[in-house]
Design a protein around this ligand. Structure first.
Ligand SMILES: [Zn+2]
Length: 112
């Protein structure tokens, strides 16, 4: 699924996710930071909108463009829900940002 820091999300099924990656060159040009072992990543919204503009339209492209346009920050996030991955090999500052957003969206922390 693809989501922004407000929790707006576009959930793609396996076929849609494959189409998205195939039509956008694996989202490489929009990727700010990514896990080495799965498809979870951070995308720059401007680059994502450009990629979607340049790619042939597919089932969910309008929703993804809207998500990118309405994102409250410069980044949107991809969570690879098909992979069981602890993202242990993802070791740049993006990994922390990604987990922070995922944790926030999962609900308020109880006690830290
Ligand atoms: Zn991962």
């Amino acid at each position: 699924m693809v989501f922004d820091a407000d929790g707006e999300e576009v959930v793609l099924d396996a076929t849609e996710a494959r189409d998205l990656l195939a039509l956008t060159g694996g989202l490489e040009d929009a990727t700010v930071s990514a896990c080495l072992h799965c498809r979870s990543r951070i995308l720059a919204v401007v680059a994502l909108a450009d990629l979607l503009d340049a790619a042939p339209a597919f089932a969910r492209s309008v929703e993804l463009v809207e998500l990118a346009d309405d994102a409250p920050t410069l980044h949107v996030y991809v969570r690879d829900v098909s992979a069981r991955c602890a993202h242990r090999a993802w070791r740049d500052p993006g990994a922390e940002e990604w987990s922070d957003v995922v944790a926030q969206l999962a609900g308020p922390p109880i006690v830290r």
